[in-house]
Design a protein around this ligand. Structure first.
Ligand SMILES: NC(=O)c1ccc[n+]([C@@H]2O[C@H](COP(=O)([O-])OP(=O)(O)OC[C@H]3O[C@@H](n4cnc5c(N)ncnc54)[C@H](O)[C@@H]3O)[C@@H](O)[C@H]2O)c1
Ligand SMILES: O=C(O)C(=O)C[C@@H](O)[C@H](O)[C@H](O)COP(=O)(O)O
Ligand SMILES: [Zn+2]
Length: 371
């Protein structure tokens, strides 16, 4: 299977997303053209580094590239001010200059954190994404959103900083846990739900093959997701409008993540899964889409073993008031008005501004939250 290449055309910030097998072994040769110095700093997490670090190091060294590694603890808690301070200090200790480049080698946590560090290190140096989770391959490595979480909300401190290259090696997904595969799948199904009904139908029929990492199915799911994201990012890089569609399920999902404390209890993809189902049910409750479409969206998400309701992500009821308060901190909110991504149909989402906080609150109570 030869690699598939998706171009992200953004003028002088354009880059390619290369999707294929065995790409880790080609990383040195593929990254070399982007280097001013023959040196990169690789940022990874302990799990990824133990499993795949040796292969990446061998590939970089074979291309004559020095590659000191900075290995951080795995998990969402690392995407924090503390994690950023620690990483920045370790980058400075390596005395990297603006001719060097950072390689983010891991899932979305490493990509968001290392990407943000690259955006601010000496006011910005280049970085390359080598995403190692399904979620990172289909979503977080593409589009240039980088950030850390704060206790007040998800991704509230960050920057847009596009990578120079993305290398998505499908083979590295063989070591990913089934739970993390499912979490990544939530962002895959999001693309079908937000803008491609035929992709949604394909996923209904092929979810098991994708989750089982069957090469053809996986390759199609990753490539179609990246194509859709790339197209949206090209049209609206800084989320002035249409890019917000990629936030389907996130206004609800991020609030659930904030309330559960960004831990292992609720992964980002799981929150997006529940958030997407809630967004469809809310759309149906508002008379925007049919009840059948909401049921079908929920069934497709549940069929992948993902949560679709709040009571599936925490044993005690969430507070609707606390959730709505988090939504007020969402980056799409302006002038005290909430913005949601709602749906007219499967594959037809839209940006709904000015949604009534009271309507959201009452809907969440109808879904089992405490007032
Ligand atoms: N920037 C964006 O556009 C964007 C998009 C979507 C999500 N995100 C962010 O991404 C983060 C979630 O990313 P994630 O789901 O990749 O989580 P993650 O980075 O925490 O990775 C999940 C787990 O898988 C492990 N892992 C990674 N690759 C592995 C491999 N090949 N084999 C075995 N284990 C492996 C990690 O060590 C970790 O324990 C969230 O912080 C979310 O906000 C950002
Ligand atoms: O790239 C985007 O744009 C997205 O919204 C992708 C999301 O999957 C991702 O989780 C993103 O980080 C959420 O954006 P945020 O601006 O709400 O933090
Ligand atoms: Zn997301």
């Amino acid at each position: 299977m030869s690699p598939r290449i998706v171009a992200v055309g953004l003028g002088d910030r354009s880059y390619e997303v290369v999707i294929g097998r065995g790409l880790l072994d080609e990383a040195g040769a593929r990254i070399a053209p982007f280097l001013k110095n023959r040196r990169v700093a690789v940022v990874s997490d302990e799990t990824v580094w133990a499993l795949h670090g040796a292969r990446l190091t061998a590939s970089l060294e074979a291309a004559g590239i020095a590659c000191p590694a900075i290995v951080v603890p795995p998990g969402e808690q690392t995407k924090s001010f503390e994690g950023l301070a620690d990483l920045s200090d370790r980058l400075l200790a390596l005395e990297l200059d603006r001719g060097d480049l950072i390689v983010a080698f891991g899932g979305g946590v490493v990509g968001d954190l290392a990407g943000f560090a690259a955006a601010i290190y000496k006011r910005g140096i280049d970085f390359v994404q080598i995403p190692t989770t399904l979620l990172a391959q289909v979503d977080s490595s593409v589009g240039g959103k980088t950030a850390i979480d704060t206790p007040r909300g998800k991704n509230l401190v960050g920057a847009f900083h596009q990578p120079r290259l993305v290398l998505a090696d499908l083979d590295v997904l063989s070591t990913l846990t089934d739970r993390d595969m499912r979490a990544g799948y939530a962002e895959v199904i999001k693309y079908g739900l937000l803008g491609d009904f035929s992709f949604f139908e394909w996923l209904e029929a092929n979810a098991a093959s994708v989750l089982a990492r069957e090469p053809q199915a996986l390759s199609h799911a990753v490539a179609r997701s990246v194509e859709m994201k790339s197209q949206i990012v090209i049209e609206d890089e800084k989320e002035a409008g249409r890019r917000a569609l990629l936030n389907l399920g996130h206004t609800f999902g991020h609030a659930l993540e904030a309330e559960t404390g960004y831990g292992d209890a609720l992964l980002h993809g799981e929150a997006v899964a529940a958030g997407s189902a809630i967004a469809f049910r809310f759309s149906a409750a508002q008379g925007l889409c049919s009840a059948q479409d909401a049921v079908r969206a929920e069934a497709a998400i549940a069929a992948a073993g993902l949560p679709t309701r709040m009571d599936a992500v925490a044993s005690t009821a969430f507070s609707a008031q606390a959730l709505v308060r988090h939504m007020g901190q969402d980056k799409k909110a302006q002038g005290g008005k909430l913005t949601f991504i709602l749906a007219r149909a499967l594959g037809d989402a839209f940006v709904a501004k000015d949604v009534s906080a009271q309507a959201v609150h009452d809907f969440l109570v109808s879904e089992g939250a405490k007032p």
